[in-house]
Design a protein around this ligand. Sequence first.
Ligand SMILES: [Zn+2]
Ligand SMILES: [Zn+2]
Length: 346
Amino acid sequence: MKAVVFYGPGDMRIEEREIPQPSEQEVLIKMKACAICGTDVRIYSFGQANVKPPQIIGHEIAGVVSQVGSKIKGCREGDKITLVTAVGCGKCRYCLEGRVNLCHHIKPIGYYYSGGFAEYMIVPAEAIRQGSILKIPEGLSFNEASLAEPLSCCINGQEYLNIGLGDRVVIVGTGPIGCMHAELAKVSGATKIILADISAERLKLAKVVEADVYINSEKEDLVKRVLEETQGDGADVVITACPSPQVQAQSLSMTAIRGRICFFGGLPHGKSRIDFDSNIIHYREISVHGAFASHHSQYQKALDLFVSGRIKASKFITHQFPLKDLVKGIETIKEGKALKAVVVMN
Ligand SMILES: [Zn+2]
Ligand SMILES: [Zn+2]
């Protein structure tokens, strides 16, 4: 089989490998689509502590079950499936609550375990035990199903925010994650969606979600403009979907009384301290939430949203690449030319 292997920052090689053989507790998947995540771009550019080269990355997976270990039940050859990325220890309090994404001993697929940028991959036994294999509903293509992972992460973030009818929502960062947040907020009843970014190119791509207001925060004062758009109140919800400490600090100044903030995007290591007036949180009763990855029920909601048509997965996909052109896909995202790029296997 062909696989693209990460050897270190800037070093991705296409290799010919043996098709892996599943043990009695494992499943072999023939990959159909694996979308490129912002994290993949980051791993390719800088490496990441939990990815030990040589490794096959890729975690936004859609494929077909091609071989099933003798002890596996509930999964058959030919099943169309997607996979929950986070694999927890299965024993800690977070795993027992179903929040495998918060397990201290998380071993994610596409980081710790080999991922989807290959023609075949093994689903590890631990993941199968935790129910990480989810069937793709009838009517969803592999490309569309591969976006269940990013949408599930946005669902995880928004579960803390309780967006409801009439809410005014600001999302800073209009990559695919920012755009998915916009669609989710609409589904939840938000009546004004304000998208901001420093890149004119990204803002242009984000037109697909038909937000109410687009702000180029490189050219305009973001806080001032948000206050103008909200009659001076500030937004009920602010989501930072970008790796910027300044934006996190600014978010407090554009949030309404009793507003909710989600620091969705992590900050680069060494740049994760922010300076803010804590009294804003105190007097204005603002809540600030974190969000990291996602778990099974959020994947299921993502698939349901796609298949119901409430959120159209295909609108996010601007580019497709064959496996051999994975690096080209990563570069296209880096240059800000793609909203979502999917590696498609034949
Ligand atoms: Zn992802
Ligand atoms: Zn655990």
